[in-house]
Design a protein around this ligand. Sequence first.
Ligand SMILES: [Zn+2]
Length: 267
Amino acid sequence: MSSFYQATKIAEKTWCILECGFDAIYYLEGDTRGLLIDTGIGASDLKMFVSSLATKPYDVVLTHGHLDHIGAIWQYDSIYINSLDIPLIEVTTDQSRIDFMLNMNAMSEGRTQNQDTREFCHSGKNPEFLNVGEGDVFHLGNRDVEVFCTPGHTEGSICLIDSSTNLLFVGDTIIYRLLLTNPKLSVAERVKQWRDGTRRIYNHLDSFAALYMGHCGIVPEYTIRELDEIIDKLSADPDDVDYSEGVPKCSIGSTQVYFGLPFVSPY
Ligand SMILES: [Zn+2]
């Protein structure tokens, strides 16, 4: 079990848990409660692993409903999620999560090894889904974590700001490989939606101690900047996309924005 999860303390009572070296899960604790942010692909027994860190009862919140963030929700009775993303959970199967896990080595650009599925967390009865939205606050005891909505990567994507550390947890909203794949929106509309959602982050970058993403951990400064440059470029010309990989994308430096799925099914 421990080989699947590795926890690194990133601030006082704050841990980044890497699952298979790729999916990033976070655990924060205040004086009275804890908060688990995301649950990975479900490679193993996450709840058991978190019990080695947690000293208080804790809630679980999802930054969004993609299969590589919801993997251990069946270990819990209730989960906080923006309800717009519940349909993404409803279409996820155990097999799609297993396929994703086995493909992670390619998708993580070599960060993971081929995975063993023997300890995989299988789905069961869905937990109770509790809606979170703009301005909701998790009160952890001398530590508040506030939700703000950042649609774009998914319709229900949220970010979470921790008042005690000024750390911002962004899920897959600000990341080195950003997927904006909503087929109901044009490229221009997807760019605008993401930009509107992240405007408060970009307008107040100095107020955050660091940004932590849903894969690998901290968001490098160059990723934050390159994403902004890509969005600037696409705001000026939404047709300025590259089809060389078979799906439309735009890249600057080591950062890419994709408007189709760059991975083999099921991602
Ligand atoms: Zn995602």
